[in-house]
Ligand binder design. Structure first.
Ligand SMILES: Nc1ncnc2c1ncn2[C@@H]1O[C@H](COP(=O)(O)OP(=O)(O)O)[C@@H](O)[C@H]1O
Ligand SMILES: [Mg+2]
Length: 259
């Protein structure tokens, strides 16, 4: 890999991932610039989830490199330039730079919305409780839930829970946010409110990688659409190009199924 580029938040180079004998990612390279919104599309099983889990080392990789904010993920460079596996502690620190939002909200059920948001800033970053609360209230307002601070997840709709999950990720002040089908598990009537929050986040300049089947969102918000197929990145480009003039036959086949 060449020298880190200050504009690049995420750099994946030739990432290979296998589960046992099964090769899942066959050399994926992707660079995401600061403030860029990349939407990742592709058929079920194409490796989208695996790839974004690899970005912050929720999966280890068998080949290639990943750099976040200029730092190699999972490795440290020795004085002679060779690479050594980094300590779990350093990896955990690097992971904090990336917020993740999953299909399932994974909120702590026994904590209110506010408590869910302040937990990690207090426990992990050592933010004083009063400032964590202040920040959490601002984040709840930002995702349109100022009045839900004391509600438990079970009292919230799926869309509201997902917005709390976004606020919780933002509380760690991440350099980038990864979304894995954040609206797929939602009732249709709450999908829009979550996409709206994500759109505002993008407009505020957050660097984002979003796996989604919401092609309207991709068209409107993505700077770039990337197509995965059977563990390979087969095509990428501005949404207008991918959706109206896809070049790869497998992109064409995929889009004709979903559009
Ligand atoms: N933990 C695992 N062990 C074995 N195979 C897995 C595991 N996770 C995912 N896979 C396989 O990897 C492939 C890609 O899965 P995934 O990344 O979830 O695709 P997508 O998110 O695009 O639907 C699939 O064939 C899936 O069965
Ligand atoms: Mg998936």
């Amino acid at each position: 890999m060449t020298q880190p580029h200050p504009e690049l938040v995420i750099e994946a180079l030739d990432v290979h991932k296998s589960f046992g004998e099964l090769q899942i990612l066959k050399g994926i390279s992707l660079q995401v610039r600061r403030g860029e919104v990349v939407v990742l599309i592709g058929a079920s099983g194409s490796g989208k989830t695996t790839f974004i889990r690899c970005i912050n080392l929720l999966e280890d990789i068998q080949g290639g490199r990943i750099r976040v904010n200029g730092h190699p993920m999972g490795y440290k460079q020795r004085a002679d330039g060779s690479l050594a596996r980094d300590s779990e502690r350093n990896i955990a620190r690097q992971r904090r730079d990336i917020g993740m939002v999953f299909q399932r909200f994974n909120l702590f059920p026994h904590m209110s919305a506010l408590e869910n948001i302040i937990e990690a800033p207090i426990q992990v970053l050592g933010v004083p409780r009063t400032s964590a609360i202040e920040q959490a209230r601002a984040l709840l307002a930002r995702v349109g839930l100022a009045d839900k601070a004391d509600h438990y997840p079970s009292m919230l709709s799926g869309g509201q829970q997902q917005r709390v999950a976004i606020a919780r990720a933002l509380a760690m002040k991440p350099q980038a946010m990864l979304f894995d089908e954040p609206t797929s598990a939602l009732d249709p009537e709450t999908v829009g409110e979550v996409l709206q929050v994500m759109k505002e986040l993008a407009e505020d300049g957050m660097t984002m990688v979003v796996v989604t089947h919401e092609m309207g969102f991709a068209r409107e918000v993505a700077d770039r659409v990337v197509v995965l197929d059977q563990g390979e990145l087969i095509e990428e480009g501005p949404p207008e190009q991918i959706f109206t003039r896809p070049v790869h036959p497998r992109t064409q086949a995929f889009l004709s199924r979903v559009l």
